[in-house]
Design a protein around this ligand. Structure first.
Ligand code: TXA
Ligand code: MG
Length: 458
């Protein structure tokens, strides 16, 4: 990450739901046409105003909640502001950013070319937005999945109102209407679409709480809006409907089956690179590892089709790997400083501690994240710890076990949190129990895990 940014002090502003706004209804009012921010004078609205005023004038991005993951937002029409995202994140600038809009009016405005007598202002009324420029192929998706975790690619007009840095030189831009009312109201108050990648440091797992954003970007940005934990937990699905057949560029919070149920999308194809669940190239050479979604710890992923033993897991298999790790750890002199910490993330079948020989799992701690005063939403991570004795030998370290649930949605929601929590507790290796790609949004979960893993067992 570049070191040339001046150190800033980072503040977290709490926003909470209540009435933040709603889509305007009434005669002739198109569904999702216009998002209206609430006029109520609440602390949440005040914080949103403060953040929006900041985004209008400053070139440093703001961390904000969406329903997928936290975003690092900047005015997508101002080059200096967009450059600020790449600088804060340490992200290569050849990777295009997703644009977030509050309503369809804002989208129509983006699809119309900028004329010479207009400024970049997106709420500008001199632009002709009277006719519909959204390609028909996207209509059923917008109807069904917006606001929500779906990003669509659209042609970027020339001249465009978007800063060129957003699209990284491509002829299309990726756009979504987030579901989170925090995000919608922030965009609306800023009066411009927000370009926003996930608000993690480049290569780290995406952040699903304001605290995660702080861990990665403390001192590099000034404001983080805290809207509680993200409900989806993995990023949006990115689709391109401008080609035939349409394709999925990134699996995410909308599943392939959900897409296929829409007119024109029955034959949608997967066009992203992923290790197959049959693991053609596994185990992967460590040097080949993508640096993406990765905690500090090594991640060892077990595909759901891995031939486990009768009781759900094959302890000897992991046991051997832990022994190797112990040797490595001893050679590096690590054992003098601390004990070996091993993490396990379980989903559907593994037993507590993956069936390894452990002492009593006494220390039980629940890491709870609240979604703000008014909200019922909390995300709980049960972390259980025990002494670790491979093959009943002497104690060699600690095992930290996290179960993220059996349901695909709950696994997606807890995944990045669990990786980060085990990292925070000093895990050297994390063994993860994979799930099947074709169950709901399992493809998104497995795509992120395969990218995070240095070894895939299948
Ligand atoms: O859920 C999400 O999508 C989150 C939250 C913050 O909204 N955002 C996010 O943004 O994940 P980001 O910038 O990390 O993801 C950008 C990805 C790129 O890696 C690329 O795959 C795709 O979106 N993308 C964006 N614009 C594109 C374009 N014009 N052509 C092809 N792919 C594009
Ligand atoms: Mg990202």
């Amino acid at each position: 990450m570049s070191q040339d940014l001046p150190k800033m002090s980072t503040r977290i502003l709490k926003v909470w739901e209540g009435e933040l706004g709603k889509f305007k209804e009434g005669e002739n009012q198109e569904k999702l046409g216009l998002w209206e921010v609430s006029q109520i004078d609440s602390p949440g609205i005040k914080s949103l105003h403060e953040a929006a005023d900041y985004l209008k004038t400053k070139d440093t991005p703001v961390g904000f909640p969406t329903e997928t993951v936290y975003g690092l937002g900047a005015d997508a029409t101002r080059s200096a502001a967009v450059k600020g995202i790449y600088a804060a994140k340490g992200r290569p600038s050849d990777n295009p950013l997703i644009i977030h809009i509050a309503d369809l009016e804002m989208l129509q405005n983006l699809l119309a070319p900028a004329t010479e007598n207009t400024t970049n202002n997106i709420t500008d009324t001199t632009t002709d937005t009277s006719h519909d420029r959204i390609p028909e192929i996207y209509k059923p998706l917008i109807e069904k999945f917006w606001p929500g975790p779906l990003t669509i690619l659209l042609p970027n007009p020339t001249p465009s109102k978007l800063a060129p840095e957003v699209t990284a030189g491509l002829k299309t831009f990726g756009v979504r209407m987030p579901k989170s009312p925090f995000a919608l109201s922030l965009i609306k108050l800023t009066g411009a679409p927000l370009a926003a990648p996930s608000a993690n440091a480049s290569t780290k797992p995406s952040p699903t709480t304001a605290q995660h954003v702080l861990e990665d970007l403390n001192g590099r940005i000034e404001l983080i809006l805290d809207g509680g934990p993200c409900l989806v937990g993995v990023e949006s699905t990115v689709v391109d409907g401008l080609c035939d057949p349409p394709v999925i560029l990134r699996p995410g919070g909308v599943s392939i089956d959900e897409l296929r149920s829409c007119a024109g999308w029955e034959k949608v194809e997967e066009a992203y690179e992923d290790e197959s669940e049959l693991g053609k190239s596994a185990p992967r050479a460590p040097g080949m590892k993508y640096k993406h979604y990765s905690p500090k710890a090594k991640v060892v992923l077990y595909e759901a089709r891995f031939p486990y033993g009768k009781d759900g897991v094959m302890p000897q298999e992991i046991d051997g790997m832990i022994r190797n790790e112990l040797t490595l750890f001893k050679t590096s002199g690590g054992l003098h400083k601390t004990s070996l910490q091993i993490g396990v993330i379980r989903t559907r079948h593994w037993k507590l501690g993956a069936g390894l020989y452990c002492g009593d799992f006494k220390t039980r701690e629940t890491v709870k994240t609240d979604a703000g005063q008014d909200s019922q939403e909390t995300i709980e991570l049960d972390v259980q710890e025990a002494d670790l004795y491979p093959s009943k030998g002497p104690k060699i370290g600690r095992l930290m076990d996290v179960s993220i649930g059996e349901d695909t949605r709950s696994i997606a929601q807890g995944l990045f949190s669990a990786l980060r929590e085990l990292d925070r507790r000093g895990a050297r290796v994390i063994f993860v129990e994979g799930i099947l790609d074709d169950e709901d949004i399992g493809a998104a979960v497995m795509n992120r895990l395969r990218k995070a893993a240095s070894t895939i067992k299948s």
